[in-house]
Design a binder for this molecule. Structure first.
Ligand SMILES: C[S@@+](CC[C@H](N)C(=O)[O-])C[C@H]1O[C@@H](n2cnc3c(N)ncnc32)[C@H](O)[C@@H]1O
Length: 205
């Protein structure tokens, strides 16, 4: 946390400012209201992911974050030199992520925010790494249940919060089914921290 303290503080301040201009959003957005109230906008999981990627991938690695919300993880990763694309279908959050990016300059480097439904909006674009945090309560679960999961996996390395991928999976058995379905389409899963797993594409697949 110490290493990213300046970033974390500026991100908290920027989101607070954003909501101060949008009082109705503040009332409606319980998810981010709760995060800000506990000064937990950048979570422990975000910092673990950033630490892992920094150790494992060179600067300039391309990273996609589907369902990025206000884009805090993409912004954090851009601040350490990754080239990030954050995608979100919620227009207000998308606008908020652009506001945050401007407020966090010059701490953040290369990051683009795209508004739309992943994966269609990226038109098959492939990345070195994809990171998927909480994407509960969305069209995502419907999308994944109606399409082969392989279509949603757009990178050689994918970090997924297995508890909150589309629906809440509170039990290990539920998470194991998800992990199995991703391994079936050519990835090898290993636990990074808590419910976050790293899936690496097996060679030749
Ligand atoms: C619970 S929020 C969490 C946001 C962020 N991942 C975080 O952990 O702070 C889930 C976000 O995913 C977005 N989302 C869900 N499915 C999506 C999809 N298929 N394409 C783009 N955005 C999606 C929603 O609009 C929402 O902003």
């Amino acid at each position: 946390m110490k290493k990213h303290q300046k970033f974390v503080e500026k991100a908290n301040t920027a989101l607070t400012q954003w909501f101060s201009f949008q009082p109705n959003l503040w009332k409606e957005d319980e998810y981010y209201r709760t995060k800000l109230a506990s000064r937990n906008f950048i979570t422990h999981a975000d910092l673990v992911i950033c630490g892992y990627l920094s150790k494992s991938f060179p600067i300039g690695t391309t990273v996609c974050e589907p369902g990025c919300g206000y884009g805090q993880l993409s912004l954090l990763l851009a601040s350490v030199g990754f080239r990030c694309v954050g995608v979100d279908s919620a227009g207000t959050r998308h606008m908020g992520s652009i506001f945050l990016k401007e407020r966090l300059l010059p701490l953040v480097g290369e990051v683009d925010f795209v508004e739309g439904i992943f994966p269609e909006v990226l038109g098959g674009r492939y990345f070195d790494v994809s990171v998927i945090g909480n994407i509960v309560n969305s069209g995502w679960h419907k999308w994944v249940s109606e399409n082969p999961i392989s279509k949603a996996l757009n990178a050689d390395t994918i970090l997924i919060d297995t508890r909150t991928f589309g629906i809440i999976r509170d039990t290990y058995e539920q998470r194991k089914v998800l992990i199995g379905s991703i391994e079936e389409v050519g990835y090898e899963g290993t636990q990074l921290s808590g419910d976050t797993y790293v899936f690496r594409k097996r060679k030749g697949e």
